[in-house]
Ligand binder design. Structure first.
Ligand code: ASP
Length: 239
C-alpha cells in the first residue's frame, strides 16, 4: 500500500510507500508527518515505524476483499492486460473487470484549514517495488490553505511526471477557477504525458469540484450542516 497526507495550514506532509499489512495506511502516513522529521518512509522501514508507533500489522486475509481478489486472479492470467488501458475510454466493451482501491479525500474546516490524503494499492499487476503517484507529495495529493487541497487518482506514472495535484493548484494561482484548473491540468497530462486521471479539490472558500478524463470516477461529498452524504458515480460535475 502507498499513502500520503498533507496539512495545508502547516505545509507538512507524511507518506508511506510499499507497506504491507497496514489496515489504515493514511493513519501511518499521518504518524510520519506528526512524529518524524521525514516526509516519506518506504517498505520494511515504514512497517518497523508502524510497530514503533503502535499500529499493529493486520493479517493479509483480513485485508483481502473476495470480489477484488477474484478480479485480480482473472487479470493475472491475461498477458494482454496493461495498466494504462483501465484509465482509457474502452474502444470495445471492456474485457477486464479490474480491481481498484484508490481512495482520496480533501477537507476544509470552519477556520479554513485544508487537508488532502490519498491511499492506494497501486495499479493492477504492478511490478514488485513499483510506487505510483499516490504517496508522492504534489503528485498524489497537495494541500495549501492559500489555494486549496487536491487528491488525485488515475494512471500513476503520468501523474508523477505531470505533478498533477500541485499543477491543479498552480493553475488556480494563475487565476483559473477550481474546475477550470482541474480540467486544464488533466488535459495537459493527456496531451503531454498521455495519461488520464481524476482529481477532487476543495478551495479556500469551501467550494468543491471533482473532474476526471478516465471512463469513470466515483466520489462523495459531505458538509457538516447537511446530514446526508452525497455520493456520485460518473457525474462529470458536482451538482
Ligand atoms: N494512481 C494509482 C497508482 O498509479 C492508481 C489509481 O489511482 O487507480 O498507483
Amino acid at each position: 500500500m502507498d499513502a500520503v497526507i498533507m496539512d495545508g495550514r502547516r505545509l507538512r506532509a507524511g507518506s508511506v510507500a510499499a507497506v504491507r499489512n497496514i489496515l489504515h495506511p493514511v493513519t501511518l502516513a499521518r504518524r510520519v508527518m506528526e512524529r518524524t522529521d521525514h516526509v516519506l518512509l518506504v517498505g520494511e522501514g515504514a512497517n518497523l515505524f508502524a510497530a514503533e508507533v503502535g499500529i499493529e500489522a493486520t493479517p493479509e486475509e483480513e485485508l483481502l476483499v473476495g470480489r477484488e481478489l477474484e478480479r485480480w486472479r482473472q487479470l493475472r492470467k491475461d498477458p494482454r492486460f496493461k495498466a494504462r488501458v483501465i484509465f482509457e475510454p474502452p474502444s470495445a466493451p471492456p474485457s477486464w473487470d479490474v480491481p481498484g482501491d484508490t481512495v482520496g479525500a480533501v477537507a476544509i474546516d470552519g477556520e479554513g484549514r485544508t487537508a488532502a490524503a490519498t491511499s492506494t494499492g497501486g495499479t493492477p499487476k504492478k511490478r514488485m517495488g513499483r510506487v505510483g503517484d499516490s504517496p508522492l507529495v504534489g503528485a498524489g495529493a497537495y494541500a495549501d490553505d492559500r489555494v486549496g487541497a487536491v487528491s488525485a487518482t488515475g494512471w500513476g506514472e503520468p501523474i508523477i511526471l505531470a505533478c498533477l495535484s500541485r499543477r491543479v493548484l498552480e493553475f488556480t494561482e494563475r487565476g483559473m477557477g477550481p474546475s477550470e484548473a482541474s480540467l486544464a491540468a488533466l488535459e495537459e497530462m493527456l496531451v503531454r504525458f498521455e495519461g488520464r486521471g481524476g482529481v477532487i479539490m476543495v478551495s479556500p472558500d469551501g467550494s468543491i469540484t471533482a473532474s476526471f478524463n478516465t471512463p469513470r470516477m466515483a466520489y462523495a461529498l459531505w458538509r457538516t450542516e447537511e446530514p446526508e452524504v452525497l455520493a456520485l458515480i460518473d457525474e462529470p460535475t458536482l451538482p
